[in-house]
Write a protein that binds this ligand. Sequence first.
Ligand SMILES: C[S@@+](CC[C@H](N)C(=O)[O-])C[C@H]1O[C@@H](n2cnc3c(N)ncnc32)[C@H](O)[C@@H]1O
Length: 245
Amino acid sequence: MNQEKNTHFGYEAIPRNEKRKKVKAVFNSVATNYDLMNNLMSLGLHHVWKKILTETTILKSKSKILDIAAGTADITLEFLKKNKEFEIFHTDINLSMLKEGKRKLINQGRVVPAILCDAEALPFPNNYFDCVTIGFGLRNMTNKEQALKEIYRVLSPGGKIVILEFSKIWQPLRKIYDKFSFNIVPKLGKFFAKDEQSYKYLVESIRMHPDQNQLLELLKKQGFENTSFMNLSAGIVCIHKGYKF
Ligand SMILES: C[S@@+](CC[C@H](N)C(=O)[O-])C[C@H]1O[C@@H](n2cnc3c(N)ncnc32)[C@H](O)[C@@H]1O
């Protein structure tokens, strides 16, 4: 694959300038069923993973938090449940996903700034946030290094990045996990969301995403320090952290 001009969309090699459009189409298609499908595919575990993210992220009251690729706002909401004094921005590149999240936030009596923006070109000043979180978003970005660079820029010194993303599962469970992913997940998508292709992309994109150590290296390369990761559910997902000093 030509690294300069091409990238991957699931297992498909595509020109880099097409990925954003294709990812947009996926999330436009899944937005209204996104929460239902997440609950079905993870048997509700995604709420536990998100709770672990917020519970293990220690922040002072009134901290400024940027939730990137925040979609239906689960992580934004978890932070607000933890401390309603947090100043949190709910952001996403996709209007359909952002609207679903905004609706959910309002239904739960929370009003926070909702901003349509690309993680690769953040519309925020340098050194502004105490914490930036991305849940299941980095995998979908065309230029992950550029997104990490932007996050580093908007973090204040002492600030942290927290990434929750699919990762590499513990080897003995690989076969059964692959069977579930490739045989069941797209069928669930077809039945409940009338969209098999988007869920095929989801399982393929997980396999194409950097594993635990590769993502750790990407963080270090962008200047993050005290980097670490914590596997959850045998590495199905992983929380990476890093600091800007
Ligand atoms: C799987 S959803 C995650 C939503 C939510 N964070 C969660 O954990 O449930 C991935 C989100 O990433 C967003 N996304 C993809 N590329 C992006 C980019 N370049 N900048 C910001 N958001 C992006 C998509 O629009 C989508 O809402």
